[in-house]
Design a binder for this molecule. Structure first.
Ligand code: BT5
Length: 266
């Protein structure tokens, strides 16, 4: 590792100070979402789930969606899972709410203009700075619990990132911020958004404010072997993606978006 201030930012930086609820801070873990799942699985459901977050300085098996890996080098990122009891009617768009929370913190703390790309990416200048992985345990039952996983690139240098279209707070601002110093604000922002997200229509409205795509923009959405190309038309009330394909509306529940500009729009 390079400069002394980089070493200082990395050393012990997994310990957040002043977080509002219980925080389990570990130097290293397989995946904060997996540990959160193990904790939730061992919970006696007679009592309400206590507010808890898991944060680690490094993940050895950080996860994205669909079994993809999340690169989680030691001391460089925020690897955080906020575990929260949900109302039995699970709010719509939890990933959008978590992404909006990250956008708010990056704007207020780092002065970064960020945007959301459906369904779960936070981008700066078209590059991915953060991914969120929200998992709900006990959906459909009386006491569902959300595990809100946030992977935020903070002091990553170019060589620490797995893709050329990824970025970090350091690369965007030139500032080396200790990742753990962002954790209390991230937790508070996640709680704010989860609370507001109980209002019908809130998450979809928030997404409309923060989306990096404009209505009518050509996009393609790949879900496994299937790719749908069309014009972006915002989101359904359920949080699903709307694409206009040959004048007809297609509703997509999952997938990866990419710009469809080089394709002939359908
Ligand atoms: C995500 O998945 O973007 C969700 C990532 C969530 C990570 C957090 S860290 C705390 C918590 N514990 C976990 O184990 N996970 C959560 P997805 O949309 O599937 O994106 C994964 C893809 O992003 C990969 O296939 C890579 O191409 C790319 N990628 C991997 N690591 C990255 C990074 N650090 N920065 C930017 N892109 C990355």
């Amino acid at each position: 590792m390079g400069a002394p201030e980089e070493r200082a930012a990395a050393a012990g930086s997994w310990r957040p100070a002043g977080a509002a609820t219980n925080v389990l801070a570990l130097a290293r873990v397989d995946s904060t979402n997996d540990l959160a799942r193990r904790i939730v699985a061992s919970w006696e459901r007679e009592s309400p789930f206590p507010g808890l977050a898991v944060v680690a300085g490094e993940q050895t098996a950080g996860r994205g969606r669909l079994g993809r890996a999340w690169s989680s080098p030691a001391g460089r990122g925020v690897y955080l899972s906020v575990i929260r009891a949900l109302p039995s009617q699970v709010p719509v768009g939890l990933s959008l709410l978590a992404g909006a929370a990250v956008c708010a913190v990056l704007r207020e703390r780092c002065g970064l203009e960020t945007g959301l790309e459906w369904p779960n990416d936070v981008l700066v200048g078209g590059r991915k700075i953060c991914g969120v992985l929200v998992e709900v345990v006990g959906a459909g039952g009386p006491a569902p619990v959300a595990i809100v996983g946030v992977g935020l690139n903070v002091t990553h240098r170019r060589e620490d990132l797995p893709r050329s279209d990824a970025t970090s707070v350091l690369l965007e601002t030139g500032r080396s911020i200790a990742p753990a110093s962002l954790v209390p604000e991230l937790m508070a922002a996640v709680d704010d958004e989860l609370l507001r997200g109980r209002r019908p229509g809130y998450a979809v409205g928030r997404f409309a404010e923060l989306t990096v795509h404009r209505v009518g923009e050509p996009l393609s959405c790949r879900d496994g072997d299937r790719t749908v190309e069309g014009l972006f038309d915002g989101l359904e009330a359920s949080g699903a993606l709307r694409l206009r394909v040959a004048g007809k509306l297609r509703i997509l529940h999952a997938g990866e978006l990419s710009s469809g500009e080089e394709e002939t729009p359908c």
